[in-house]
Design a binder for this molecule. Structure first.
Ligand code: MV4
Length: 505
């Protein structure tokens, strides 16, 4: 049985894994870079090892350093979290040779799924629906013209070594085929050192729906239903929810079965995610499989009441999955919003730095997976995500209302955040009705990032209130719409007030 786990990660996911370790009586080992000396994951671990400079290429991504820390600490297993080395076949293999349990799939499975052409081949052989297209590299211009004509325009040219939106080219017109393929190839070569590309039929306005799966070393595989991840910006997920508003019980059963078939096709051991594109006619197509725990895994945990990290650890320790497919069901509705230190008004420029105040929401249905505390400085070296706000209600309507309430009471000062942007998403008709797809953010971007709306007059009132409160300390006024005054604006008004001793709205 696993007694000590090294977590080869940082931030909220390192903490998330440590929580389950502690509940299971397993010791946790943190690793940290120069930039993470004051990080919460270091404080919460049982032990912590320094692994070098801030740059992840010199710390969190260096296999030797992670293995070295694991050996020094006597850890019997490594949890990679997400990102960093989580889908690195060499790392999984190295753990194996060193006699350390890698909490995740084998290097063979990571490689098969990491190569999109080989993943497509596996899925086709297993009877999983893939996007119509090819499973061979485009070798020449003639090849490209012939193959694209076979598949039929419009098409997506995709890098086999890519995934997650990297190295893709949409081609709609015949005259753009050759240039599109060449562009995709050179992008793929530059990005992945491999110019292998393949062709898929382009699915218009798709939904991105993924299924959580678990497989164990006893040959069992189950799914834990879907997550709707269509609210994305530049292939970065912003909001995820489960159940998907698009889903019907019949479609869920069919896609769930496909997801399990995908896992079984590679004898999958661990937690994984099978991604699908779903079109308006509810046709679904396998897109790719992620061989790690995902950022958005908590919404699945909330509606299924399954601790996915516990399942990962137990499975890695040789135990069977704790649940049978028939005993699982979705209870209620869960939504995750990713809170970022970024400024939606300046093209989502990252805004790391000193967080003066961090007061997270609380109350019924609220889970915050984060790592930032007041007076913590968010390092510039990593992803600027502050936390994940995971809201659960008895139904979608209640979950949305709770999310608005939670966003309203989330106080972060010192850095710009996307909280207002998230609020706007929850006020957009197509989101509220559940009738949205992957085009959602692009279609609504003006409203989502707009600074002034009638509702902002209420925000100004809140600014005025904070000004009065600041000056006299005896007045409290609340904004009627529940929106909070923008931190930066508030401080501007305060400065204005200091100089002028007056306030103009
Ligand atoms: C597609 C597609 C339409 N047709 N493939 C983007 C991320 C990568 N995982 C695959 N992606 C897409 N592949 C075909 N054949 C549209 C997308 C796509 C997308 C997919 C999921 C979520 C958001 C997206 C936004 C734009 C494009």
């Amino acid at each position: 049985m696993i007694k000590k786990i090294l977590i080869a990660n940082r931030g909220e996911i390192a903490i998330r894994v440590m929580y389950t370790c502690r509940e299971m009586g397993i010791k946790s080992v943190a690793v940290f870079s120069e930039a993470d000396r004051n990080s919460q994951h270091v404080r919460l671990a049982d032990e912590a090892y320094f692994i070098g400079p801030a740059a992840s290429a010199e710390s969190y991504l260096v296999i030797d350093k992670i293995i070295d820390a694991a050996k020094k600490s006597g850890a019997d297993a490594i949890h990679p979290g997400y990102g960093f080395l989580s889908e690195n076949a060499e790392f999984s293999d190295r753990c194996k040779t060193e006699g350390i349990t890698f909490i995740g799939p084998t290097s063979e499975v990571i490689s098969v799924m990491g190569d999109k052409i080989s993943a497509r081949k596996k899925m086709i052989a297993a009877g999983v629906e893939v996007v119509p297209g090819t499973k061979e590299n485009l070798e020449s211009d003639e090849d490209a013209l012939r193959v694209v004509k076979e598949v039929g325009l419009p098409v997506m040219i995709k890098a086999s070594a890519g995934g997650g939106g990297k190295g893709m080219r949409l081609v709609r017109k015949e005259e753009d085929i050759i240039s599109g393929v060449r562009a995709a190839k050179s992008e793929a070569l530059a990005g992945f050192g491999d110019d292998t590309v393949y062709v898929e039929k382009f699915v218009e306005n798709p939904h991105h729906i993924e299924f959580q799966v678990l497989g164990d070393s006893h040959g069992n595989a189950i799914h834990l239903f879907e997550r709707e991840c269509s609210v994305q910006r530049r292939h970065q997920k912003v909001i995820e929810e489960t159940p998907s508003p698009l889903m019907t019980p019949e479609l869920r059963a069919k896609m769930g079965k496909q997801a399990v078939m995908a896992a079984q096709a590679v004898d999958y051991v661990g937690a994984g995610t099978v991604e699908f594109l779903v079109d308006d006619d509810l046709n679904y197509y396998f897109l790719e499989m992620n061989t790690r725990l995902q950022v958005e895994h908590p919404i699945t945990e909330q509606v299924t009441r399954v601790d996915l990290v516990r399942q990962q650890i137990q499975i890695a320790g040789g135990m069977a999955i704790e649940y049978k497919q028939e005993e699982l069901y979705q209870q209620g509705h869960s939504i995750e919003a990713r809170i970022y230190a970024e400024d939606p008004c300046t093209n989502f420029m990252p805004s790391p730095g000193l967080v003066k105040n961090h007061t997270a929401p609380q109350g019924p249905g609220v889970r915050v997976d984060g790592y930032v505390y007041s007076n913590y400085e968010i390092p510039i070296h990593y992803d600027p995500m502050i936390s994940k706000l995971i809201i659960t209600g008895k139904n979608r309507e209640q979950a949305i209302a709770r999310m608005k309430r939670a966003l309203y009471s989330y106080k972060i000062s010192g850095v710009r955040t996307n909280i207002r942007f998230l609020n706007r998403i929850l006020e957009t008709d197509s989101f509220v009705s559940g009738n949205y797809n992957t085009q959602f953010i692009d279609e609504n971007i003006d409203f989502l990032i707009q600074k002034e709306t009638p509702a902002d007059s209420h925000d100004k009132l809140a600014i005025a209130a904070s000004f009065i409160h600041y000056m006299k300390n005896n007045v409290v006024v609340k904004a009627e719409n529940g929106n909070d005054a923008d931190c930066e604006e508030t401080s501007k008004w305060k400065a204005f007030g200091k100089r002028q001793s007056s306030l103009r709205l």
